[in-house]
Design a protein around this ligand. Structure first.
Ligand code: HEM
Length: 377
């Protein structure tokens, strides 16, 4: 069955687009592996290029049929996927399928390969938007009620998928659909968080320990709008939003370092531009730039945001700038700007915590696994 599924997934893949990479020229910042395109293609729109082929529906059906012919998948309590036990032709009993670390590494490798192949997106990588998907799936958590969090993948459904904060994340969900077809035993909610981990690691970030155990839930578990942060606000808002999830000041600053990656899009959040010169590489440049550059209000008709005075190509949100203005946040910004190892260590730990919010794991923390990056550091 694995062979049939693999063949079907191969069919589902698009022919990789020809590479058109222009290396970053700045020497001050880390060189991206999937280089930042200096000649920008403008803002990605809602109809971002998808790696899925138009034949996906048919192929998905075929894949399901193939799976059905060789034993079907079901979910015990929705937490651990198992394959129905069956008797093979030579009379052996094959037990329920319980994925091992190697199986999850295969999923990781598959995502890494797609990231490599699909360099046509945005600054040359789907990595940043995958990180944002994992974060928005998890960042709805409310510790007081135990609702939201990465358990459920409820952003698949219209009420949550349509929340303003989630604009543009369809590109990330579509990117991962062929992976789900290839590995039908993994839940969407495990897949989305694993993909965020893979993206961080493949963009030369720290190893982020991760464990499986998330269940997909139905539309009834969608969270109300307004649980994710609003970039136009200040430190009180950040503390209210992240405090609700159970994060302290240090963790808020560490999490914000994810804005070394990616960019804002006018047709998604309304804001515009990248935070760093190397938006497809995990670095502590976000903190360095916050402290070292001069920032002024961008003069435009869009929402209030900052731009660097020197090049006018970088941006900061009011929430980013709040980290330097607040006397409790600022020491962490300074620490991470000086010490990339400290940032990497604390960033990794806080991401593991983020991606586990709201998950009723049946396993302990010792079940966390570290995936091997496909790129050497
Ligand atoms: C501190 C509060 C935060 C605010 C107000 C905020 C706000 C935003 C906004 C407005 C965008 C632009 C979306 C777009 O137009 O495409 C964005 C992008 C992004 N955010 Fe955040 N964010 C926050 C925290 C985080 C955290 C905790 C993470 C991950 C741990 C994260 C990861 C990202 C990434 C990777 C992108 C780039 C996505 C892309 O390039 O498509 N953000 N964020």
């Amino acid at each position: 069955m694995a062979t049939a599924a693999r063949a079907l997934t191969r069919l589902a893949r698009l022919t990789p687009s020809p590479p058109s990479i222009t290396p970053a020229t700045t020497r001050r910042f880390a060189l991206p592996r999937q280089a930042f395109r200096q000649s920008r293609r403008g803002y990605a729109n809602g109809a971002a290029p998808s790696p899925r082929s138009g034949r996906t529906g048919l192929i998905a059906g075929l894949a399901l049929a193939a799976a059905g012919g060789a034993g079907y998948y079901f979910y015990t309590n929705g937490t651990f996927p198992v394959e129905a036990g069956k008797v093979t032709s030579d009379g052996r009993q094959s037990g329920p399928f319980v994925p091992t670390k190697d199986d999850y590494q295969q999923v990781y490798n598959h995502i890494a390969k797609l990231l490599e192949e699909h360099d046509e997106y945005d600054d040359g990588s789907y990595g940043p938007v995958l990180v944002r998907l994992g974060w928005h799936a998890s960042g709805t958590y409310d510790a007081a009620t135990g609702t939201g969090g990465s358990n459920g993948a409820t952003m698949r459904f219209a009420p949550e998928g349509d929340h303003g904060a989630n604009a543009g994340l369809k590109a990330a969900r579509d990117f991962l659909e062929p992976v789900k077809q290839h590995f039908p035993w993994i839940t969407y909610s495990d897949l989305w968080t694993l993909a965020a981990v893979a993206a961080i690691q493949e963009m030369q970030g720290p190893i982020v320990p991760w464990r499986p155990g998330r269940a997909d839930r139905d539309v009834g578990f969608c969270t109300p709008d307004g649980r994710l942060p609003d970039g136009s606000k200040g430190q009180d808002h950040l503390r209210a939003i992240f405090g609700r999830m159970g994060f302290d000041d240090r963790e808020i600053v560490a999490l914000s370092g994810a804005h070394a990656l990616g960019r804002c899009h006018t047709d998604r959040s309304g804001f515009s531009g990248p935070w760093t010169f190397s938006p497809t590489v995990v670095t502590n440049d976000y903190y360095k730039l916050l402290l070292e550059e001069k920032w002024g209000w961008k003069k435009w008709d869009g929402p209030k945001q900052f731009e660097d005075v020197k090049t006018k190509t970088l941006m900061m949100l009011p929430t980013d700038m709040a980290l330097t203005n607040d006397k409790k946040f600022r020491p962490h910004v300074e620490r991470y700007a000086k010490d990339n190892d400290a940032f990497f260590g604390e960033f990794s730990a806080v991401l593991t915590k983020l991606f586990e919010l709201g998950v009723p794991f049946q396993s302990g923390e010792d079940a966390r696994m570290s995936f091997k990056p496909t790129v050497s550091e």
